[in-house]
Ligand binder design. Structure first.
Ligand SMILES: *[C@@H]1O[C@H](CO)[C@@H](O)[C@H](O)[C@H]1NC(C)=O
Length: 147
């Protein structure tokens, strides 16, 4: 019992307890339901993204259709103006297991490097995964970039 408890605490310390579930707005998911969005670090909203640091993003979703190709599209909405955020790898299938099968939950996991040259600003992060068969998911999370 004691051993179990200790292992649970250690597991928690190295894994799940760092996951920070955030409230998000769905912006038009069609081919899946988003179950959870975790952003690390993001103890409260808006997420504060420090330049020169990595932010990890873990999304669990349950597809309602088969999807074999998927592309990540990220946009920063700054004072209402959408600014495309280029990703080093747009192939969303490199960050989750494809093809997606209806009813089988998958995890999409990625990290972004907050580059030192990014301006300090408030923004809404719009993270979308699209496919040839439609919008897989889309969510919005408010954030602040700070030095
Ligand atoms: C961010 O992640 C990249 C790739 O894993 C790593 O090389 C880099 O050292 C990390 N940077 C910081 C500031 O943690």
């Amino acid at each position: 019992m004691k051993v179990l408890l200790i292992s649970a605490v250690i597991y928690c310390a190295i894994a799940t307890c760092f996951a920070q579930k955030v409230e998000f707005h769905d912006c038009g998911s069609q081919l899946s339901t988003i179950n959870e969005v975790d952003v690390n670090p993001c103890p409260s909203l808006p997420c504060i993204f420090k330049t020169n640091s990595n932010v990890t993003l873990t999304i669990t979703l349950t597809p309602n259709a088969a999807v074999s190709d998927a592309k990540s599209v990220v946009t920063g909405i700054i004072e209402g103006i959408p600014v495309p955020f280029p990703l080093p790898d747009e192939n969303a299938c490199n960050f989750m297991t494809c093809p997606l099968a209806p009813g089988t939950a998958v995890t999409y996991k990625t990290a972004i490097f907050v580059r030192p040259e990014y301006p300090s600003t408030n923004l809404i992060v719009q993270w979308e995964v699209t496919s040839s068969s439609g919008e897989v998911f889309c969510f919005l999370v408010p954030a602040t970039i700070s030095k």
